[in-house]
Design a protein around this ligand. Structure first.
Ligand code: ADP
Ligand code: MG
Length: 756
């Protein structure tokens, strides 16, 4: 048997337990060793019985002088009661509903007992941890030290895990090959791998726990770094076309704008334009809060590329966003003699395709997306557009993902811009890059430069790790003169006042968003409803890391009962509160077409109130909307709440964000207050990450990263150290030829982790 043997080969583990371990993702002995405790009970204080004090947590050791089972009459509960004696005194220990204990604990045995000291007439232990002491120096597993508590599952307890893991460790831990290069271990003062694994399971001191965790977290973060840095190298090894930076052109464009660029916009645009001058393909992320003005920065890059005679593609996640961009880009590029095209509604509805010259007079390309000008026959429009793209008559093509996935043939595409690529992870990015890299056009051996844009702020530690393959430009400054959105937490008793306020706003022709955390309210077995998982993944109900699994689930279930649901809320507003107003409902279960229609109607002012789940958060611009009302605000992350808030205040009218919550927890209150005082998406993201941890921040478990490395993703100095070490190593040995063990570890890591 070795470290990679399946758990089936471990004799002490019965088939029933094998199944339970599988449930925890433990398939091999190595997995078992890597099933780390998430906390420890500190039972390290061992005391004589006479010195015990009320409420302290301690361990005593003595002889069982009496033990018996009784049953309570009222609740029909089993109580096991034992008396334990040492040289200084006697103490009572009580266990509830574990009648089988008297089969293992017998009078005359010497035991070690740990727990909190309670009082009922005399001092006693309630449900203490316990184990038999066979000899004076017998090794303790469950009492008398720092006792590991693991993630459990039905029928599989931490006690059992300790019982199994402890004897296996000394026998097999030496088989774990330490894959970290020696220099790195030395310079970072890291424990050896085997030692760290032993210590994380059975530490002697708090310090032991810390050093073990640091080593093991380092490993995971190091592998992430190597992965993203290799990814980056791979990308950079390819060739892109050089687009010369025509400073006069850009200066003239900037001068012609109706507003002054912010310094952040200027700096970002310069970074991008300088990237484009290189033969290495750009892979840059333009990150900026909602309304920070990313579009105009992207347009500067478009302008430069188009004027140099090349083509640019801009992709948006939905049709409505693509149309919005099209309008905006056409407006910004007016007078530049550049032709822009819009390609959406692929295959399904060819009628939705439009081609118009960018220099179309304002009246035609004004408020509405103009009607098709290249023919109304289905199929025709798209065909003509495609031929214009392939013959280089279109310089800027805007549309959905279909742009690079479908058989669009560009003539000489040099730049791909992706907007609002929401929460995209390494794997999705790799897929996108592959797509982009595989675009075949006139120039065979080059790939386009890639610019991504996002309004989702990325905390520093993630920017240096999970997003470490990207160069990042930051729009950390808002254009001048933006109105402040008034944010308020509304008490349940003030709900009607809020409705009155909404009515007033609508009377003044404004529009209102109502966001709810779920689609439908709880049915009897509605728990596990897919929509809930998808649309509310960022809820914070499971954030309490210190509670064992089973309990989290219970909490979860209880809390979801009173979560506001879109359908219910829609019915209520529609039938009772505002029967005279036009109300629409939007959620992720609708077909894309239906969603599109609802958004388009809302944008056109045909609906007064839009009741929606979080699907509304992506950058749709509705300048006339002035109220964002968020139900169950505690369910959403701060960054996400901030995104919602960014949906209003986009026109000239004073706007409001109302936060409703049924939760009275301190934590919730503190979080929501942070939203009132802080208007900066980056700061909120950092706070969010701090409060909820990366797992919850980006949707639970989505990366498949172990909890430890998830937690360490908030440790800035560790992340920075790891990055430096990884960069040094990759610079010396990008293929890890001299580190075969590390190479192997990285391969295994890539198989198990999906950073998406
Ligand atoms: P986002 O970063 O959310 O995509 P947009 O690019 O849509 O933001 O810009 C939001 C609005 O701000 C647009 O109407 C745009 O014309 C305007 N805008 C952009 N930059 C500036 C600026 N420097 N000063 C004033 N308004 C600006
Ligand atoms: Mg935008």
């Amino acid at each position: 048997m070795d470290i990679f043997s399946p758990i089936e080969s471990i004799k002490r583990i019965s088939p029933a337990y094998q199944k339970r371990l599988q449930k925890l993702g433990v398939k091999t002995l190595r997995d078992l060793f890597y099933h780390f405790p998430f906390r420890y009970d500190d039972f390290s204080i061992i005391k004589p019985i006479a010195q015990l004090k009320l409420n302290e947590v301690a361990t005593i050791q003595g002889e069982i002088i009496d033990i018996k089972n009784t049953r309570t009459w009222k609740k029909r509960m089993f109580i096991t009661e034992a008396y334990i004696q040492d040289q200084t005194g006697i103490i009572r220990a009580v266990w509830f509903n574990q009648p089988f204990l008297i089969n293992t604990l017998k009078i005359g045995q010497i035991v070690s007992v740990s727990g909190k000291v309670n009082f009922d007439k005399t001092l006693y232990f309630s449900n203490p941890a316990h184990e038999r002491l066979f000899a004076i120096d017998s090794q303790l597993r469950h009492t008398g030290g720092l006792i590991p508590i693991y993630q459990e599952t039905t029928g599989l307890t931490s006690r059992w895990l300790r019982y199994i893991i402890k004897p296996l460790l000394p026998k097999f831990v030496s088989q774990l090959k330490d894959f970290l290069p020696l220099e790195i271990k030395r310079s970072q003062s890291l424990l050896d791998l085997g030692k760290a694994i032993e210590q994380i399971h059975f530490p002697k001191t708090e310090k032991n726990i810390q050093t073990a965790r640091r080593r093991l977290a380092f490993d995971e973060l190091f592998l992430i770094q190597l992965f993203v840095l290799q990814q980056k190298l791979k990308w950079q090894k390819q060739k892109a076309l050089i687009i010369n930076f025509d400073r006069q052109l850009i200066k003239n464009f900037v001068d012609s704008l109706p507003f002054k660029l912010t310094n952040a916009q200027r700096k970002s645009a310069w970074e991008i334009l300088q990237d484009l001058e290189k033969s290495k393909p750009m892979n840059r992320l333009l990150e900026g809060d909602v309304g920070s003005g990313k579009t105009v920065v992207a347009v500067m890059a478009m302008l430069q590329a188009a004027k140099a005679g090349f083509q640019v593609a801009l992709m948006a996640p939905t049709e409505i966003l693509a149309q919005q961009h099209f309008k905006e880009v056409v407006k910004l590029l007016k007078g530049q003699n550049i032709t822009a095209g819009l390609l959406t509604g692929n295959q399904a509805s060819v009628n939705n395709n439009f081609v118009i010259p960018a220099h179309e007079p304002e009246s035609r390309s004004g408020s509405r997306v103009p009607a098709c000008r290249t023919g109304r026959k289905p199929g025709m429009t798209k065909k003509i557009l495609l031929s214009q793209i392939s013959s280089n008559q279109i310089q800027v093509l805007i549309g959905t993902h279909a742009l690079i996935q479908e058989t669009v043939r560009f003539n000489n595409l040099v730049l791909v811009i992706v907007d609002e690529q929401h929460r995209f992870g390494v794997a999705q990015r790799a897929a996108l890059q592959k797509n982009v890299a595989s675009i075949k056009d006139g120039s065979i051996n080059t790939i386009p430069h890639l610019l991504s844009m996002t309004a989702t702020p990325i905390p520093r530690t993630l920017a240096l790790s999970i997003y470490g393959d990207l160069d990042i430009s930051l729009l950390n400054e808002m254009p001048k003169g933006r109105q402040e959105i008034i944010t308020k937490i509304v008490a349940p008793t003030d709900r009607n006042k809020a409705y009155e306020f909404i009515r007033q706003q609508i009377k003044e022709d404004r529009q209102v968003f109502v966001i709810c955390p779920r689609i439908e309210s709880q049915t009897s077995n509605g728990y596990g409803n897919e929509a809930r998982i998808v649309e509310s993944q960022t809820s914070d109900v499971t954030s309490s890391r210190n509670e064992p699994r089973g309990r989290q689930t219970l909490n979860d279930r209880r809390n979801w009962d009173d979560v506001k649901a879109v359908k219910e809320e829609y019915e209520k507003l529609h039938k009772i509160i505002f029967p005279d107003l036009k109300i629409a409902m939007l959620h992720g279960k609708l077909k894309p077409k239906e969603k599109e229609k609802i958004m388009t109607d809302f944008k056109a002012g045909e609906t007064d109130i839009l009741v929606s789940t979080s699907v509304v958060e992506v950058g749709v611009d509705i300048p006339n909307a002035t109220v964002m009302m968020i139900e169950g605000a505690e369910r959403f992350g701060l960054a996400q709440l901030h995104q919602f808030r960014g949906r209003v205040g986009r026109g000239q009218h004073q706007s409001y964000c109302f936060l409703f919550t049924e939760s009275s927890s301190k934590n919730t209150n503190a979080r929501l207050k942070a939203l009132i005082s802080c208007k900066n998406g980056f700061e909120l993201a950092e706070k969010d990450l701090e409060i909820r941890g990366p797992g919850e921040f980006y949707g639970s478990k989505q990366w498949g990263l172990p909890d430890l490395s998830m937690a360490s993703l908030t440790d800035f100095s560790l992340v920075k150290n790891v990055r430096q070490e990884a960069q040094k190593l990759i610079l010396k040995d990008s293929e890890l030829k001299n580190c075969p063990l590390l190479k192997k570890a990285l391969e295994r890591f890539q198989e198990n982790v999906h950073l998406e």
